[in-house]
Structure formats: structure tokens, C-alpha cells
Design a protein around this ligand. Structure first.
Ligand code: MF3
Ligand code: CO
Length: 287
């Protein structure tokens, strides 16, 4: 533990005295650590300054998705969506996090029908009945925001409409579990219970992640799990929840482009994502 005394400047960068800042929280966490028997890494908790930066980046991510929501329709190509996202992001002095990330060639992920995630924008035309996930991530002043939404193009089948609705419910139920001293297992469990009780499956090969100072930080956020298990949630953590829910098998396969992840049985997949801040009493949806 740190050896700060009451009147020292707090470790968090606020410039305030320790006793007026993080001291009470640190004592509280030390007590929890004694109970659980392991050290909770303090660096997964962001400072107020970092949170302000992440909040701005997440607001931009939200706004980019609003632009997509306004314009997406039958006949649009995923390349056009890429152009909207790229241009709006750079016009707002930000950079699209996917572009060049691990060699990813575009500024947004567009995942249609049986594509689970990481679809690459191209000349494919959206047609009536498609379901598509648009996954936007911004870097603004060095801070990251990450969110995705589903769109039903034209008239969706009942199966698609139900899947898209249930996957959104899964995200919302996962978010409701976010509060200090709940665990990642509580989040995964809420998502898994809801999806499986309605006959859907939860993708386990991909998950959410810490986000904010980097695109992908610790911890890995599984969308399956057991209540009370896994990493303890602490105030000022920021991470994504982004459940991928399938109609058929949860198994995944990556295409020859080395990115596009599809269901192995060709069944539909749906995903919604938010960046979440753990507050003192619960959560704030940043995107
Ligand atoms: N935005 C995705 C996520 O939710 C990650 C995309 S990685 C990329 O984590 F390189 F494909 F963009
Ligand atoms: Co993400």
C-alpha cells in the first residue's frame, strides 16, 4: 500500500490533500483486500482528470453513432458508413481508434448478419432485412471511447427483431449490475441468464475490456459468468460491456481477411456496446 500521510498530496493527481481525497476510499479498499486476500490494482481506477477526458471522447463516440443512426438505410454501403465515421471523427479533432489498430484497415467495424464482430467496411450494399452492428471508437486528446449499436435495415424478420431486442436487454441487464464491490461475474451472469433463458447463446471468444487510456486495457469483461466471481468493481474503473448474442451456436471463426469473426453455423449474431464508468454508488453510461 502507499505510505501517504493524511496531509500529503493525494496520489490521484487532483492536487488535494490525501485526507480530503482518496484516503477514505483507500482504507475501504484495504479492508476489502484483507477480506478477499489479494491486492486490487489501484491503476485500474482512473483519476478525475482522466475521467473528464474519457467522458469527452465517449460523448464524441455517441455523437458519431447518432450520425450513423440518421443516415443508415437500404442501399448504403459499409464503405459509406466508414466515410461518415472517419470524416465526422477527424472534423472533431479526434482519430478513429480502429484505423491501423493491429493492422485493421478501416475507421469503423461493420458486422452484418452472421458476422459477430470486426467486419471490415467494403462495397457491400445494405439490403432490406439485414441486421448490422456499427462499432465506433474514438481517440480524443489521447482518451478512448468505444460503443456500438445495431441497426435493422428496412423490415427485419421476427427472428432478427427479437434477437436485436434481446441483445440490447442483455447489455442493459449487464450494466445494471455495475456498482462498487459487485464483480465482473455478476455482469456476465446477468447477461448469460437472460440470453440462455430465451434460447440464445453468448459468444465467449470475445468480450468487453477496460478502456480509456488505451483501446483495450485490463480487465477482460466476459459476458458469461458466475455471481460473485471474478474481478471486483471499484469506483472510477472504466470498461466496456458489449455482449455478442447468437441465435445458434456460440462458436466463432475468423475469415481469411484475419479480422471478420463469423458464427460457425451461419446463424445471426447481434451486439450492443457501451463504455461504462463505475461511480461511488453505481454506474454512468459514458457513451
Ligand atoms: N471496437 C471493438 C471493440 O469493441 C474493437 C475493434 S478492434 C478493430 O473492442 F481493430 F477491429 F477495430
Ligand atoms: Co469494445
Amino acid at each position: 500500500m502507499n505510505k501517504l500521510s493524511r496531509n500529503d498530496v493525494c496520489w490521484c493527481g487532483s492536487g488535494k490533500k490525501y485526507k480530503k481525497c482518496h484516503m477514505d476510499q483507500d482504507v475501504f479498499i484495504s479492508n476489502i483486500e484483507e477480506k478477499v486476500g489479494y491486492t486490487i490494482p489501484r491503476d485500474i481506477m482512473k483519476t478525475q482528470e482522466q475521467i473528464e477526458g474519457i467522458r469527452k471522447s465517449c460523448k464524441l463516440t455517441h455523437d458519431v453513432l447518432d450520425i450513423v443512426s440518421e443516415r443508415i438505410k437500404v442501399g448504403v454501403t459499409t464503405e459509406e458508413i466508414n466515410t461518415w465515421v472517419h470524416e465526422y471523427t477527424v472534423e472533431h479533432n479526434a482519430y478513429p481508434a480502429p484505423l491501423g489498430y493491429g493492422g485493421f484497415p478501416k475507421s469503423v467495424c461493420t458486422s452484418i448478419n452472421d458476422v459477430i464482430c470486426h467486419g471490415i467496411p467494403c462495397e457491400t450494399v445494405l439490403k432490406d432485412g439485414d441486421i448490422v452492428n456499427v462499432d465506433v471508437s474514438c481517440i480524443l486528446d489521447g482518451y478512448y471511447g468505444d460503443a456500438s449499436r445495431m441497426y435493422i435495415i428496412g423490415e427485419g424478420s421476427k427472428a432478427s427483431v427479437d434477437l436485436v431486442r434481446v441483445s440490447k436487454e442483455c447489455l442493459d441487464l449487464g450494466i445494471e449490475q455495475v456498482k462498487p464491490f459487485n464483480t465482473l461475474g455478476d455482469i456476465g451472469n446477468a447477461i448469460q441468464q437472460h440470453a440462455e433463458s430465451l434460447g440464445y447463446s453468448v459468444v465467449y471468444d470475445y468480450g468487453g475490456h477496460g478502456v480509456g487510456l488505451e483501446f483495450h486495457e485490463e480487465p477482460f469483461v466476459a459476458h458469461i459468468g458466475k455471481k460473485g466471481e471474478g474481478t471486483i468493481l471499484l469506483p472510477n474503473m472504466t470498461f466496456t460491456i458489449e455482449p455478442m448474442i447468437n441465435i445458434g451456436s456460440p462458436d466463432t471463426r475468423v475469415l481469411d481477411d484475419d479480422w471478420t469473426a463469423v458464427t460457425t453455423d451461419g446463424s445471426l449474431s447481434s451486439q450492443w456496446e457501451h463504455t461504462i464508468l463505475v461511480t461511488q454508488t453505481g454506474y454512468e453510461i459514458l457513451t
